[in-house]
Ligand binder design. Structure first.
Ligand code: M6R
Length: 612
């Protein structure tokens, strides 16, 4: 979703901002723009399309400036266009604003402003907020900071705002509620952005701004305040992120790089936690809260998209190993219904970005009802990580490709360790089974590596099926959520319609779709459901469907039923989802590329969904 960048300091602001906006492209956007302070006025440049299109209109312009703000916009109010792109200028031209989020009561405020004679040049809620701020500033003859504070008390919705003033050559005023904002602290300079990637090469010292906080940022001064105008001491943290982590490193796409990183990201996730030789799992977030976890009457998992699929796998594993009832909820549904949450209930929040608005609000709601929140989050310092009572990071590193890959396998690894640890403490697992699963988990990075060595086989399969109109993905048990994930990946980055289904449920409806043109992907590795899924394959074969199967190395029967098959190293069925998803990620990737889709930034999608 929208990305924001701001700079104040001795450097030229424009190149810092443009490079920063490119780093934020992964979030998804449809237009971009920049505002630069120059000679007591604000120069505004904006363009529909990519940041590269913005750069083109800037050729030959004098962009020298030490203060600026830039934005990538993911359209909510008003179509993607030059005039709706941010930044916006206030009616007098004095102030410029960029905004990530949605002002829900903008229509009402706009009516009031229209009655006062304001005209609007765009369809955006942002321009309404900006003119509202200007109106307050003029009527009260107060500072911009004060005007913003008054305005924010009236607005409902979510925002991260950056504001500059043509009468102030060095200050950026920022505010946040519900949309992320991180400030990089340099020597005599400050950087502001939606995440730290735009300024990682300049500084590793950061302050994460919290909801309802306002920042007044000058080159050598950072003042944080709450909306009550009380100063807050900024909490400076050190970033553990290198530039290489946000670059492609020789791969054609971030998605491919992230798929191939999985042996090391899973290893990093297990490192320091899983000690198979000693038969131990060390997770401080679990140990420190073990009573709450083993006595939980139930666990509710809240997530969206791919993270929700990881939650479904976790449901099966936790119920199997820990014997605690688990419910898996779409955050967007949970937040709007009237769910029953009791004190003592444990909520596991799963999120790669840690900023997904639906998940965040759902958690706030559960927290108000007394639930204990355990976050399984990838982005360090993100909102969901901070709202959680305890948690475990997935340590997959920055995930830039819109389609989540390494974050998913990281989530599965963390959730598996959590289940094992809780089961051991709760005494619901035998010593032998515990040790066997620990050993199996420790072997995962090597097995993922072995799968990736055969990636070209998947490329060949992709070539065969790239023109299909529809796909069906079928799995049973632990492989059912993997089928859902395979279908989601394909939809997102190839634009082919795909459905994931429990294989046995297929005969209750989707089987009507099967004909000689329909590719059906079976996740059919050796597990306790194997015979059953082989019967389901027979049913598809009998109807001339084209079968692609993901099977266990050594299985000689299933290939005879399949048009194509891909083998996975043998693994316990609880561990297998981490392995089985890899060929499905590759299949989606190669089909997407063969169909000419921009797989890292597929249409309409945003990496971090910060609006509801
Ligand atoms: O950052 P989160 O894990 O909270 O994001 C949830 C979904 O938006 C995300 O998984 C989405 O479905 C991905 N595009 C899937 O590839």
């Amino acid at each position: 979703m929208c990305g924001i960048v701001g700079y104040t300091g001795p450097r030229q602001a424009y190149p810092v901002i443009i490079k920063g906006l490119k780093r934020l492209e992964y979030r998804g956007y449809d237009s971009s723009g920049v505002a630069l302070w120059r000679n007591h006025k604000i120069d505004l440049y904006k363009k529909k399309g990519k940041v590269a299109d913005l750069e083109e209109i800037m050729i030959g312009k004098d962009v020298s400036s030490n203060l600026g703000i830039g934005h990538t916009r993911w359209a909510t109010h008003g179509e993607p266009s030059d005039r709706n792109a941010h930044p916006h200028l206030s009616a007098s031209g004095r102030f410029a604003m960029i905004h990530n989020g949605i002002i829900e009561n903008y229509a009402q405020i706009k009516n009031e402003l229209v009655k006062k004679g304001y005209n609007f040049l765009s369809d955006t809620d942002t321009e309404v907020l900006l003119n509202f701020v200007e109106d307050i500033q003029k009527n009260n003859n107060c500072s911009l900071e004060e005007a913003l504070r008054i305005a924010l008390k009236r607005v409902s919705g979510a925002y991260c705002i950056l504001l500059i003033d043509s009468e102030d050559p060095e200050t950026i005023i920022a505010a946040r509620k519900g949309s992320p904002l991180v400030i990089g602290i340099g020597k005599g300079e400050h950087f502001l952005a939606s995440d730290a990637s735009p300024f990682i090469e300049y500084t590793k010292e950061v302050v994460y701004v919290n909801d309802y906080e306002l920042a007044i940022v000058k080159p050598d001064e950072l003042i944080l305040k709450n909306l009550g105008n009380e100063k807050i001491t900024p909490y400076v943290q050190k970033l553990d992120m290198e530039l290489a982590a946000i670059e492609k490193g020789g791969y054609d796409h971030f998605m491919l790089k992230e798929i191939f990183e999985q042996p090391s990201t899973i290893y990093d996730c297990l490192r320091g936690r899983l000690d198979a030789a000693a038969g131990m799992i060390r997770m401080s977030g679990i140990s420190e809260n073990i009573d709450k976890l083993i006595n939980a009457p139930r666990i509710i998992i809240i997530a969206c998209g791919t993270s929700w699929h990881a939650g479904l796998v976790a449901e099966y594993i936790i119920e199997e190993l820990c014997r605690i009832p688990v419910e898996v909820e779409y955050a967007s549904e949970f937040r709007y219904r009237n769910p029953i949450v009791h004190p003592g209930d444990v909520i596991i929040a799963i999120s790669q970005s840690g900023e997904t608005a639906d998940t965040l609000v759902a958690l706030e709601k559960a927290k108000e009802n007394g639930a204990f929140i355990f976050g399984v989050v990838n982005a360090v310092g993100s909102s969901i990580a901070r709202i959680s009572h305890a948690g475990a990071y997935t340590h997959a590193g920055p995930e830039i490709g819109v389609a989540s890959t390494k974050a998913f396998t990281g989530q599965l690894a963390v959730l598996m360790m959590m289940a094992l640890k809780i089961a051991q403490e709760k005494n619901t697992i035998s010593k032998e089974r515990y040790q066997m699963l620990l050993n199996e988990l420790a072997d995962v990075p090597e097995k993922v590596d072995a799968i990736l060595k055969n990636a070209t086989l998947i490329k060949d399969i992709a070539e065969t099926y790239k023109d299909a109109k529809d796909f069906l993905f079928l799995g049973r048990g632990y492989s059912f959520p993997v089928a859902l994930e395979g279908a989601l990946k394909l939809k997102e980055i190839s634009y082919i319609h795909a459905e994931g289904y429990p294989a046995a449920e297929m005969k209750h409806g989707p089987i009507a779709l099967v004909d000689a043109k329909l590719p059906v992907v079976f996740i059919a590795t050796s597990d306790s459901y194997h015979e059953k899924i082989v019967s389901n394959m027979q049913e598809i074969k009998a109807r001339k469907g084209r079968i692609i199967s993901i099977i266990t190395d050594g299985d000689s029967v299933t290939p005879t039923l399949s048009n194509h098959h891909f083998t996975i190293p043998p693994a316990n069925e609880l561990i297998a989802p981490i392995l089985n998803v890899i060929p499905l990620q590759l299949l989606a990737y190669y089909i997407g590329v063969l169909r000419g889709v921009d797989v890292d930034k597929p249409r309409n999608l945003a990496k971090s969904v910060t609006v509801e």
